[in-house]
Design a protein around this ligand. Sequence first.
Ligand SMILES: C[S@@+](CC[C@H](N)C(=O)[O-])C[C@H]1O[C@@H](n2cnc3c(N)ncnc32)[C@H](O)[C@@H]1O
Length: 331
Amino acid sequence: MSDIDEKQMILYAQMANLVSLILQWPDINLKEIAENFSKLACNAHTVCDGELRPLGTGLYPVISIINHSCLPNAVLVFEGRTAVVRAIQHIPIGSEVMISYIETAGNTMTRQKALIEQYFFNCACPRCVKMGQSDDVIESAILEGYRCKGEGCNGFMLRDSDDKGFICQKCGLLRDKEEVRQIANEIKTLSNKVENLAASDRQKAVHTYKEIEDLQMNLFHSHSINLMRTREAILKILMELCEWQEALAYCRLTVPAYERVYGGVHPLLGLQYYTCGKLEWFLGETYDAVRSLTKAADILRITHGTNTQFMKELLFKLEEARAEACYKEAS
Ligand SMILES: C[S@@+](CC[C@H](N)C(=O)[O-])C[C@H]1O[C@@H](n2cnc3c(N)ncnc32)[C@H](O)[C@@H]1O
C-alpha cells in the first residue's frame, strides 16, 4: 500500500466507504477493503470479447500468477468467461510463460510508467533493458517523437544539445521548438473539442479528427502512435456512419503503423487485417480481401485458436473470398 500514489489511495478509500455503506457490517475494516481493491488492481484482468472489446473485470487465480513482459511469449484471450493463455512463439521447456499486462505500443518510458503506476514494478524485459540504447532511442523517436520537415526525408528527430529544437538524425535539419510547441497546442485544443463532439455530431467529429490528422502528419513521424490513434478514431466513426469506402482507406492507412508497433503475432494486428479484409470483401475487392483475411487468419488462429464462433466466422469469410477469387479468375 505504501507505493500507491495519493490520488489512487483516495479512490480506494472512497470505494471502501461505498462497500461499507452497502454491507452495513458493524466491524468492517476499511483499510483491509482498500488493500483488497489494490490487490485486485494488480491481479485482475480485463475480460474482452474476441475482438478485444472490454466486457468487464475478472479475477483468475491461475492466470494471476503469470508475470508480465513487454515482449511476451503468450497472450491472454477470453472465450466467454473462460480465460485462455496461448503461446505466440515456441516456449522452450523451463522458460517462463509471460503475457503483457499493458498496451505494448508505447515507448519504453510510457510502458515503464504504466507498469509502475498500476503494478508497482520496474520491468526488465528484453525491450525495457534496452532503455537509452540507440535502438530504443530510435524506436521512441519514431513512435512518439517529431518528424523531419525536409522534403522526402523520413528521418527521426532528437532534441538538439542547445535546446533550440529538434535535429533530424538523417539530414541534419533543425525543427524550431516554438513551431513544434505551437502545432502541439493546436492539436491539444482540437482534441479537447473533439471529445465532446464524438457522441453528438459524428460528421463534425470526423472533420475535426481530420484537422488533427493534418497537424499530426506535419508534426509526427508517419509511424507515430498519436497519428495511428487519430486514424483509428476516424475509422471507428466512419464505420458507424457506414462510410465503407473511406473507412477502408483509413483502415489501410493504419496497417503499416500497426505492423511497426505490434509486429509479428499480435492480436491487434490480426484484428486490423480482419477489419481491412471485411471491408474489402464487402466492397467487392476480392483479391485484396483474400490477402487481408489470410493475414488475419494466420495471426488470429495462433492467438485465438480455431474453435470460437468468432474464428469460425473469419475462416468461413476467408473460404468465401477464396472461392470468389477462384471464380473471378476462371471467368
Ligand atoms: C498478476 S501478479 C503476477 C504474479 C506474481 N509475480 C506472483 O508471484 O504472484 C502481478 C505482480 O507480479 C509482479 N510482476 C509481474 N511481472 C513482473 C516482472 N516482469 N518483473 C517484476 N515483477 C513482476 C508485480 O509485482 C505485479 O504487481
